[in-house]
Structure formats: C-alpha cells, structure tokens
Design a protein around this ligand. Structure first.
Ligand code: GLN
Length: 244
C-alpha cells in the first residue's frame, strides 16, 4: 500500500450538529487511515465559513435538534451548489439524522416547512411518537449488520430512484413502517444511526474511505485492520437485540 495518500475530510458545523457523539465518526476515519500509514486532514466548517467541498474527499454532517437544523439549513442553502457539484462528481458524504434530513427536499414540521438541500431525492415529515431506541440494519456497505441508536421525530421517505442504506432488523429506521433505513445514493450515505455510527461499524467506515481514495487516487484498496474490539462491540449489540 503506497503511503502518503491523503483523505481530506470536511466536518460541517461540529458545534451545532453533534448529537450522541456524532463527531466521534471523525476520530474513527482519522485513526483507520493513520493505522494504515495514510494521512487524514480534517477541516471544520463553522457558521459564516465558506463550504469548500471541491477541495474535500469526504464530507460529514452530524445530527442536531430541529432548532439547530433550521440554523444550518439556512446557512447551507446559500451554498447548495458547492455541495451539489461535490455529490454529482462522486464525492463521498456521510450524513446522520438531522444531517440526513437536510439532504432531502424538505423537512415538514406541522405547518412549517424547512427547505432542504435537494441533494438526494427524499423528504421528511414529522410524526409522533419519536422513534427512539437501539437499531440493527442489514446493509450492502457493511459485512456485519450496522448497529447503533436512533432518536428522531422525522419520518423520511425515499424517491423511487434512491436505495435505502439497508433493511431494518431491529428498531425503526426511516419511518418505522417501510423496513428501510437510511439512503444510499452515488457515494452518499444518509442514516438515522447515531452511536456514533463508525466505531462499532468498521465496514461502513472502510466503505467511505475506500470510495474517497478511489475517487482521488483511482484505487480504493485498503489494508485490512485487526478489528477485534470493534467487531466484538458490534456483535454484543447484535446479539442483545436479535438474539443471534
Ligand atoms: N431533528 C430531527 C428529528 O427529530 C433530527 C434529530 C437527530 O438528529 N437525532 O427528527
């Protein structure tokens, strides 16, 4: 594996979108690169900053309350084109919960409609009760079922050409009814899974890193890591929730 390869991560609004330790996802991306002798450069985007997605390999948007989501949405709408070009060009993007909802056309809360970025053909409306609890999802991006925690009022509905990230084995997922969780569109993953997501789901982390490296260097080959602890943590949750 050639060293010196670099993945540039853009972390959007960590001070506003960091529910349930979502920023821990950034630590995992960094460590998994460094353990392989690769480099990771993380740039945080704060309110008032320009989103320089064209310079990034991987964009991360965490989850937030409805209030924080409104603030971020307004800020990002003015820079929508930058993110749309990134996604259109195969840029890798991970968005969790509130961040996932932002990817769609809108987030409808009763009489209020917050316009989204329309990066992915989906929309969200708010339902009752909140969908709260541990979740297990079978997904093509991970050899192990994805485990984590969800807490959302929003129900997300995917457009016809958008795949779900996976199938709910335990928990609620996008709407508590369809059996679908998250979205997978080009190199974009949207998901309701907090935890944070990546520490117990190394397959998802490596999927993102491989896509980012492939786009930048033409090869997404990744040296395998000893994921004993990560997989043990994943298995503990899986067994607790599914009994297998
Ligand atoms: N505000 C959104 C909802 O409740 C997202 C919450 C979250 O990020 N956990 O649906």
């Amino acid at each position: 594996m050639a060293s010196g390869r670099l993945v540039r991560v853009l972390h959007l609004y960590p001070e506003l979108l960091n529910l349930y330790g979502d920023s821990g996802n950034i630590l995992v991306l960094r460590r998994r690169l460094e353990w392989r002798g690769l480099c990771c450069e993380v740039s945080e985007v704060h309110m008032g900053d320009r989103v320089r997605a064209a310079d990034a390999d991987l964009v991360f948007i965490g989850g937030g309350s409805d209030r924080e989501q409104r603030i971020v949405c307004e800020e990002l709408l003015a820079q929508r084109q930058e993110l749309a070009s990134f996604v259109g060009d195969g840029g890798v993007l991970l968005a969790v919960c509130g961040g996932y909802q932002l990817l769609g056309h809108s987030y409808i809360m009763g009489n209020e409609e917050v316009r989204g970025l329309s990066l992915v053909d989906l929309y969200t409306d708010r339902g009752s009760p909140r969908l709260i609890g541990n979740v297990v999802v079978e997904s093509c991006v991970s050899p192990q079922p994805i485990v984590g925690y969800e807490n959302h009022g929003g129900r997300t509905h995917l457009g016809a050409d958008v795949e779900p990230l996976g199938r709910v084995l335990s928990g609620y997922g996008n709407d508590g009814k369809s059996g679908q969780e998250g979205c997978l569109y080009r190199n974009v993953i949207g998901t309701y899974v907090h935890g944070p997501l990546l520490p117990k789901n190394p397959g998802v982390a490596d999927w993102l890193l491989a896509r980012a490296l492939e786009r930048r260097y033409g090869s997404g080959e990744l040296e395998p890591l000893d994921d004993f602890e990560e997989l043990a943590a994943n298995e503990t949750m899986r067994v607790r929730l599914l009994g297998v």
